[in-house]
Each structure stands twice: as C-alpha cells, then as structure tokens.
Design a protein around this ligand. Structure first.
Ligand code: NAD
Length: 437
C-alpha cells in the first residue's frame, strides 16, 4: 500500500517506520523543517530504542521517506494517517484539535483520488465525524472516508508495542473502509493479534477508557503505598501478591511519585471534559486526576521532611528526569513540579538524566545538569531518585555516599535495594515502605 503519515512524533515516526517494515511504501510528513532535515539524513529526533536501525533499513530499501510537503506526499496514496499532537488546551483541559483539523483540511485539498484518512492521534468522541465533515466539505464526491485507529504504543518500547500489540482497535462506518483497514493490518489477519473492528466513536472512546483505567490503577497502588507506610508493610510485596491474580495483573502496580508523560495527564482530563459535555460524572477518573495532583505536591513535602523539614539553602541532586525510563520525553514529568517546588522552598537543584537533559533544559530553569551522575551528587545535601533508569539503578551506592555531604537518599521509585543503600551508609526514604527504625 502507499501510505502518508502526517506528524513524525513518537507515534507518527514509529507507526510510519513499522508500516514500511511490513513492506508498504511510506512517506512521513512534518511541518517541522529541522525534524525532516534530520530524518532525511538518518538522524532520529527522538530517543526510542531500536528506531534508528529500523528507519535506516527502510530508508535504504526505498520504502520510507520524509518530506515537509504534505500536498505532494498525499497526492496518490491509499491511506493517510493523522498522527499530530492533541495537547490539552491551556486552562481548559479538553484536547486541542486544531492540529488535527488543520491536517484534515490540508489533506482534503491535496488528495487526488479515493483514500482512507486514518486518525491515529488520541481524539475525543466525535472527532472523526468532524474530520469527515471537513473532508466532505472540500471533496463532495464522497470518495474519502475517515477511520479511527487509536495508538496504544508506549514510549521506550514503541516498536515492539507496534509490531506485536495486545490488540488493534479500528473504528469505521462502512465496509469499503473496513476492507482498506483490514488490508493495512494484513500481518494480523492470521489471528495472531486481536483486531477489534468497531464504530469510530467506540474506537475513540476505547483509547481514553484504556488510559484512564491505567492511570487509575497507578493511583490505586500509590494510595495503598501511603497506607503501607503507616501500617508498616512493603508496597512491593503488596503489589506482587495482588498483581499475581490474573484478573488484576502485575503491570501498572509500581508505586511512585504519580503518573506523568504526554498521555495520561492530558487524556484523563480530556475524558472528564467529554463526560461533562454529555452530562455524565466519571467520579473515579475525577478522583484519579485529583489524587495525582495531590501526590505531586506531597512528593515535594516528602523530600523536605526526609531532609529535616527545611531545604532553604540546601543543594539537592535529582537522579532521573524523564517521566519514565527509556524515553527522552519530559512532557508532564513528575520531576518538573518536584524540582520547581524544591526551588520555591529555597533549594538549589542539580540533575542528571541519561537522555532527557536536553529536553529538560528547555523546561527547567536554574538547574545545573550533569552527564556524570557521580559529579551530580558531589557535595549535595540529598539525593532524590525520580526516574528508575537501569543506569541509575546500577550506580555504585558506596561511591555515591562518599560524594554526598549527608546521608539523605529519597528514592521515589524504590530503585535501590534498601538494605544495600543502608549498608552504604544512606538514610533511606522510599515509597510504600515503613520508615526506618
Ligand atoms: P508529538 O508532539 O511528538 O508529534 C506530533 C508531530 O506532529 C510534531 O512533530 C508536529 O510538528 C507535527 N505536526 C503537527 N501538525 C502538523 C501538520 N499539520 N502537518 C505536519 N505535521 C504536523 O506527538 P506524539 O507524542 O507522537 O503524539 C501524537 C498523538 O498520538 C497524540 O494525540 C497523542 O496523544 C497520541 N499518542 C501518543 C503516544 C505517546 O506515547 N507519545 C501514545 C499513544 C498515542
């Protein structure tokens, strides 16, 4: 098939590359000239394990190319994927659909024949209907149909998630579109992966419901972590004991500083706005959102308490900045609100992250960044672990202890074995574990 992908972010670039890997001819489009220049030279503008090799292989095979020219890219394709951002609208919380609508208009004007426009971006219920209207207004012939195909990949394991997903969800309104979408996902026609073929609105809502459920699961274990601290039990054991029940599952039961990233915070809010618009109360999702907000504030206080109640004039070394390991994505990362709060309390913050520092430096002010984690902690009054990168887990605790000025280790991800940290001389404050004797 000939496919154009609009937007070369985490979703567009990974999906476009994987569709090329399946033998399709794919052209990826972005308005960002710098990104396209980099990609054309084989340089990947985001950090995603395995992506560079896959892009190079498909570029070399002539199946994958990049352009800023949307009109030329979509002219003769069978399928156009919209994978542009849908960030929260400032001050409102609902999804900003302006990028989706703009892309739809441009596509409608540029298409020369029948095609299916696939909305891969995460969009509220009814968006695909609106995109269909935008296209029909420009092309009354009715030869372009819109499908919903939300993406479930996770940054950090995006390629595997795309090539071997738990399921594919497709929303269509007619049989012709269904046939095109089935052909697009032909590798799964052998039944290896469930393909949920449904209506557009169902597909749109499935995506939000999935993210809201996962966010709720995270906040469930986080709240229980608080209880564990009080009653003197360990949340890791609790999560294991609970999660081994197949009806519950072990995933997303890792207690921590609250969820962040470019999806859960914005998608839970957008779902609440949709519910409001339709006069429905989603009380559990509301609680999840407010519990997460409260947790972010609480984490800063946890750090302050662990250090003795006052961080004014102290230096704090933060290890890990991205919202989770194996990504460079800093959008809504818990580290940001934590660092900003500590700075407001008068602390000086130094930070290390294996790949996120470039993005972090665009968001955070007055933070000294260190490539070397050991240099980062030198003479600090406390170490705070915010992201559990494997490289951070592997740090030599004895060496870290020899460099810091005090013994405060606040491990918001339970990244270090507490016994080992204590043996190295640290006084450890962790999540969901009884406080030290
Ligand atoms: P992103 O911000 O990384 O990338 C979006 C890209 O679209 C940018 O490069 C931007 O320049 C480009 N763009 C915007 N308008 C354009 C236009 N008219 N023409 C050409 N390019 C245009 O976004 P992302 O993280 O890839 O997310 C995209 C969508 O997928 C969002 O709706 C998001 O919620 C959803 N999603 C993201 C993830 C994830 O892990 N990042 C997972 C599942 C779903």
């Amino acid at each position: 098939m000939k496919i154009a992908v609009i937007g070369t972010g985490y979703v567009g670039l990974v999906s476009g590359t994987c569709f090329a890997e399946w033998g399709n001819e794919v052209i990826c489009v972005d308005k960002n000239v710098e990104k396209i220049m980099q990609l054309s030279k084989g340089r990947i503008p985001i950090y995603e394990p395995g992506l560079e090799t896959l892009v190079a292989r498909n570029q070399k095979a002539g199946r994958l190319s990049f352009t800023t020219n949307l009109s030329e890219a979509v002219r003769n394709v069978d399928v156009v994927l919209i994978a542009v951002g849908t960030p929260p609208r400032a001050g409102h919380g609902d999804a900003d659909l302006s990028f989706v609508h703009m892309a739809a208009k441009e596509i409608a004007h540029a298409l020369s024949g029948p095609a299916v426009v696939v909305v891969k971006s995460t969009v509220p219920v009814g968006t695909c209907d609106a995109v269909q209207k935008i296209i029909d207004a420009v092309r009354p012939a009715g030869d372009v149909s819109v499908a919903s195909n939300p993406e479930f990949l996770r940054e950090g394991s995006a390629i595997d998630d795309f090539l071997f997903p738990d399921r594919v969800v497709i929303g269509v309104e007619d049989e012709r579109t269904e046939a095109v979408m089935a052909a697009l996902y032909e590798p799964f026609s052998d039944g290896s992966t469930p393909v949920v073929m449904t209506k557009r609105r169902s597909a749109e809502l499935i995506k939000y419901a999935s993210n809201a459920f996962l966010a709720t699961k995270i906040m469930f274990i986080n709240e229980l972590a608080d209880l564990c601290e009080r009653v003197g039990t360990d949340v890791s054991e609790l999560a294991l004991g609970v999660g081994l029940d197949h009806r519950i599952g072990r995933a997303f039961l890792n207690a921590g500083p609250g969820y962040g990233g470019s999806c859960f915070p914005k998608d839970t809010l957008a779902l609440l706005r949709t519910a409001q618009d339709f006069g429905v109360t989603l009380r559990i999702v509301e609680e999840t959102v407010s519990s997460n907000e409260a947790r972010k504030r609480k984490m800063a206080l946890k750090v302050v308490d662990a250090i003795g109640g006052d961080v004014d004039g102290l230096t704090i070394a933060v290890l890990g900045l991205t919202f989770k390991p194996d990504t460079d994505d800093m959008r809504d990362a818990p580290s940001v609100s934590l660092i900003e709060t500590l700075q407001r309390f008068g602390a000086t913050v130094r930070a290390h992250d294996p790949v996120g520092m470039s993005n972090a430096s665009r968001i955070l002010e007055n933070v000294a960044f260190f490539e070397d984690p050991y240099e980062c902690v030198r003479d600090a009054d406390a170490i705070v672990v915010v992201t559990e990168w494997e490289s951070i887990r592997q740090l030599d605790l004895v060496r870290l202890k020899s460099l810091v000025r005090s013994s405060n280790l606040i491990d918001l991800r339970n990244a270090f074995a507490r016994g080992a940290a204590r043996a190295a001389g640290f006084s450890v404050s962790s999540i969901g574990r009884p406080s030290e004797p």
